[in-house]
Design a protein around this ligand. Structure first.
Ligand code: ATP
Ligand code: MG
Ligand code: FE
Length: 335
């Protein structure tokens, strides 16, 4: 089967073709980062305009890369949520138009299910499994007993990990998106600032990053007031050490409790070198559980992951109608 995937939930306009749910035939991402940089974050109205301007060219490039046409496709898969509603609607309506014109099934995909299924483009899934999802808007541990089944066993109660990275980066006057910049600085620094590790109640798989973010901001303000020099590398390393330590600890504990075959890393923050290294080290002591980490290009937003997740829904007969809408707050357990 050939599934054509479309992703426009935030600030990347993306399309891809995936064969049999596991093989990337074409993968095109048009990023808008440059347009949002001067505002320090994604401006929804600008994002929607960019999607409209880019989407046809992105589709054409995807078909060209693959040497295929829409007639060769078995279905159109598109992110229907969560995300910015105006951005989602561009992809959803483009998907409907193509599905109608070529009489193809239409499949609405949950964006985070997509991030998780990016892993299937690397390694066949083995169940039960857990996925640590760390992205710009989400931080959660998701349990999967089988394909297409998602249960959230823990999630952030305030900021997402990526959001905390971006806000800390802003405090240090680094460009948007800040995650990769903090990651790079952290590699050159040491964990010297004694920042908190927020673990919440014993046994909980939930997360909280807003206190840590505030601790970084307070550290910067206090240094400014006292006229002290900050060492940005060390502050970045201290922040990253706290995030990575808590994410690793909870993931390992969950993997043991749920006796899973695999742990999959997913979402933009999965690109983080510190997190990748920490999980690899922790799981090297657990040979019964396989750790899967996608390449950087499949961690951040793309449409290959949407086509991969869409393939499973297609095989399960889970189609959407022409009345499909964009859902900014779509729930992964029931979508
Ligand atoms: P969501 O998937 O929750 O809807 P999103 O699609 O905006 O949100 P992604 O594109 O998955 O999020 O990820 C973007 C986030 O990943 C940003 O917050 C960015 O700073 C972060 N990020 C990217 N690379 C790194 C890195 N190397 N270290 C830490 N964070 C990173
Ligand atoms: Mg993005
Ligand atoms: Fe995302």
């Amino acid at each position: 089967t050939y599934i054509f995937g479309i992703e426009t939930s935030c600030d990347e306009t993306a399309a891809a073709i995936v064969k049999n749910g596991t093989e990337i035939v074409a993968n095109v991402v048009s990023s808008q980062i440059e347009s949002h940089k001067r505002f320090g974050g994604v401006v929804p109205e600008i994002a929607s305009r960019h999607h409209v301007e880019q989407i046809i060219a992105v589709f054409q490039e995807t078909l060209e890369q693959a040497g295929l046409t829409f007639k060769d496709m078995d279905a159109i898969a598109v992110t229907k949520g969560p995300g910015l509603v105006g951005a989602l609607l561009i992809g959803v309506n483009a998907a409907k138009a193509i599905a109608f014109a070529h009489q193809l099934p239409l499949i609405g995909v949950h964006h985070i299910a997509g991030h998780i299924y990016a892993n299937r483009l690397v390694k066949e899934m083995a169940f039960p499994l857990l996925s640590l999802v760390v992205s710009g808007g989400h931080t959660e541990i998701v349990y999967m007993a089988e394909h297409g089944s998602f249960k959230v066993i823990g999630e952030t109660r305030d900021d997402a990990a990526g959001e905390a990275y971006d806000k800390v980066a802003r405090t240090l006057h680094l460009p948007y998106p800040g995650g990769p910049h903090i990651d790079r600085l952290a590699a050159a620094g040491e964990d010297t600032y004694g920042l908190p590790r927020v673990r919440l109640e014993e046994g909980s798989y939930d997360f909280s990053f807003s206190g840590l973010k505030s601790a970084v901001i307070n550290t910067v303000h206090n240094a400014q007031q006292r006229g002290e020099e900050l060492v940005p590398e060390n502050l970045a390393a201290s922040f990253q050490a706290s995030v990575v330590e808590v994410l690793t600890e909870k993931t390992i504990r969950a993997a043991k409790e749920y006796c899973v075959e695999q742990v999959l890393l997913a979402g933009g923050v999965a690109a983080n070198e510190g997190l990748r290294a920490s999980l690899e080290k922790a799981f090297s002591d657990m040979p019964a559980t396989e750790l899967v980490i996608p390449p950087l290009s499949l961690c951040t937003d793309n449409a290959a992951m949407i086509a991969a997740a869409g393939t499973i829904l297609f095989e399960q007969g889970k189609k959407d109608g022409m009345d499909m809408n964009g859902h900014p707050g779509l729930d992964i357990e029931t979508f």
